[in-house]
Design a protein around this ligand. Structure first.
Ligand code: HPA
Length: 279
């Protein structure tokens, strides 16, 4: 094992030990909340909050729209750990660093990952506020979090991604969305780009031609590690803006945050209902 991998493994185990002492239970579900979608953490009961800065070896969040804390508690009868604020490749972190918190929570015993993000729509039938259940992904971030020596006790060298996003959870999300009367619930392919610059019109056309329905700068590293760790995954992209290569409009972070704010109530209702019905 390389010294870098050995150190990473030690740090993960130190953090597992720390969190086992700090948290009153074992998380069953990990929730990673994307830009503007962090409010779900307020719905947790009997919650314990830990700032990332107070957790050994956790990276620090550098994006102001991400809170940077771990919230543990109960949601719809389940033990949930919320990563409120995540890390991105564009911040300068390696994808191993980005996925450090998830790896820790997986080793503590979590069985599910519910991951969300704010994304740009590529499917012209989408509108700002569409919630897209992720059915598959394209990884255009030029780094894989599993690169380097494989830690065999954490997962296989060549994890199978033929069905990274759990089919039953996708169906459950659609069922819940229908029953809640959410009109803007879609199903599509998410492409992760490195960022931080947004796409040009030509890149937008290219990504669409590649088969993507929404584009963002996150999620895929975490999903790869979650598959490696044997978690069942549900991904939801909140489409903040829709990018038409033939009539390209400037993409502003303020507009993205405003769209997230508007979609947040539907997003929270959907996720709580999904969690309530998860087995
Ligand atoms: N592109 C990439 N990431 C994004 C976008 C976008 O258009 N909107 C929100 N996150």
């Amino acid at each position: 094992m390389s010294s870098g991998t050995r150190l990473y493994r030690e740090q993960v185990h130190e953090t597992v030990t720390f969190l086992e002492q700090q948290l009153p239970g074992v998380p069953d579900i990990v929730l990673i909340l994307g830009t503007g979608l962090g409010v779900l953490a307020d719905s947790l009961e009997h919650s314990v909050h830990l700032d990332y800065a107070d957790i050994p070896h956790f990276p620090r969040a550098t994006v102001t729209s991400h809170a940077g804390r771990l919230v543990f508690g109960e949601l719809a009868g389940k033990q949930v750990a919320v990563l409120q604020g995540r890390f991105h490749y564009y911040e300068g972190y390696s994808t191993r660093q980005i996925t450090f918190p998830l790896r820790v929570l997986a080793l503590m015993g979590a069985r599910f990952l519910l991951v969300s993000n704010a994304a740009g729509g590529l499917d012209p039938s989408y509108a700002p506020g569409t919630l897209m259940v992720i059915k598959d992904h394209l990884n255009f971030i030029p780094e894989n979090p599993l690169r380097g020596t494989n830690i065999e006790e954490w997962g296989p060298r060549f994890p199978d991604l033929s069905q990274a996003y759990d089919l039953d959870l996708q169906k459950l999300a659609h069922r819940c969305g229908k029953e809640l009367g959410l009109h803007q619930l879609a199903s599509g392919v998410y492409v992760a780009i490195a960022g931080p610059s947004l796409e040009t019109p030509a890149e937008t056309r290219y990504l669409r031609n590649c088969g993507a329905d929404a584009v963002g700068m996150s999620t895929v590293p975490e999903v790869i590690v979650a598959v490696h760790a044997g978690l069942r995954i549900l991904g939801i992209a909140m489409v903040a803006n829709v990018n038409d290569p033939d009539n390209f409009q400037p993409i502003r972070i303020d507009d993205i945050l405003a769209a997230a704010k508007r979609a947040e109530a539907d997003f929270v209702r959907l996720l709580i209902e999904v969690i309530r019905r998860m087995k």
